[in-house]
Design a binder for this molecule. Structure first.
Ligand SMILES: NC(=O)c1ccc[n+]([C@@H]2O[C@H](COP(=O)([O-])OP(=O)(O)OC[C@H]3O[C@@H](n4cnc5c(N)ncnc54)[C@H](OP(=O)(O)O)[C@@H]3O)[C@@H](O)[C@H]2O)c1
Length: 243
């Protein structure tokens, strides 16, 4: 094992954008801590592929981010693996509509925990180690943090909070730790949903983004954006220009 290799913790990393981030950072020399909740098989397959390429370069951490004790335990477990953390990517998220009149407290708990509360408490627990490494935090926000999506008030509020989390921690953790966000537009359609032609018509670049531009942005924020903190980078094909 080479303890000079930097370490990234990516939450919700078994599938979709999270899994793409795992492969992107791993291929560029990072050791990767893959956090997952339910997607054990996908997480194990991803970790196996990474470890076949470089031994002991990938580890798995299971936690339900709706459970506060498990969030705190996840931070401890992450540090225990290689006694090192350079980058925290808060990617895990629940996303579902909560039309007014139909939302209940468990919807609030689920959306707020995954999108806002867990990113805050993970950041708090891991900030001392990140500070020692001159590391960074990257939050996956959403262009709808600023411009609301109808019938998704709790998700919108959670992501708006995540934007403020990014800015306020950037101030508090400077100069040791940079904190930035990525606001995706339509990147991947929700699992099981077909492309939405009405939404596509509103995207200047006329397509969904796919995971590559998100990964490139995250890698830029981690490695190259040495004088940027508290910034939210929209990766949305121009969608936010006319929302
Ligand atoms: N996809 C897009 O086009 C898009 C657009 C705007 C913003 N974003 C943001 O980009 C990020 C990634 O998007 P995505 O579509 O790839 O995400 P996703 O597939 O909806 O969710 C990512 C992972 O989050 C994990 N997760 C959810 N609730 C959790 C909990 N309570 N505890 C632990 N893990 C939990 C799940 O892990 P398990 O499967 O292991 O349970 C899931 O695989 C999210 O923050 C999302 O809000 C995405």
């Amino acid at each position: 094992m080479n303890n000079n290799e930097p370490v990234v913790l990516i939450t919700g990393a078994a599938a979709r954008i999270g899994a793409a981030l795992v492969e992107y950072f791993h291929q560029r020399g990072y050791r990767v801590l893959i956090h997952y909740r339910h997607s054990a098989e996908a997480a194990q397959a991803l970790a196996r592929r990474c470890n076949e390429q470089r031994a002991d370069s990938c580890a798995l951490l299971q936690a339900d981010l709706e459970d506060h004790q498990q969030v705190l335990q996840l931070a401890q477990d992450a540090l225990a693996v290689w006694q090192r953390l350079d980058v925290l990517i808060n990617n895990a998220s629940r996303f579902f509509p909560t039309p007014l009149g139909a939302a209940d407290e468990s919807d609030w708990h689920s959306l707020m925990s995954s999108n806002l509360k867990a990113p805050f408490f993970l950041s708090q627990a891991l900030a001392p180690e990140l500070a020692q490494r001159q590391g960074c935090i990257i939050n996956l926000v959403d262009i709808h943090a600023d411009k609301p999506m109808a019938k998704h008030s709790i998700y919108n509020m959670a992501k708006a909070g995540n934007t403020m989390l990014t800015k306020t921690l950037a101030l508090e953790l400077a100069p040791e730790v940079r904190v930035n966000g990525i606001a995706p537009g339509a990147i991947l359609w929700p699992a099981g949903e077909a492309p939405n032609p009405e939404l596509l018509a509103k995207i200047p670049m006329a397509k969904a983004g796919g995971t590559e531009p998100i990964c490139a942005a995250a890698y830029y924020l981690a490695k190259a954006a040495s004088y940027s903190t508290g910034q939210i980078l929209n990766i949305d094909g121009g969608r936010s220009l006319s929302m």
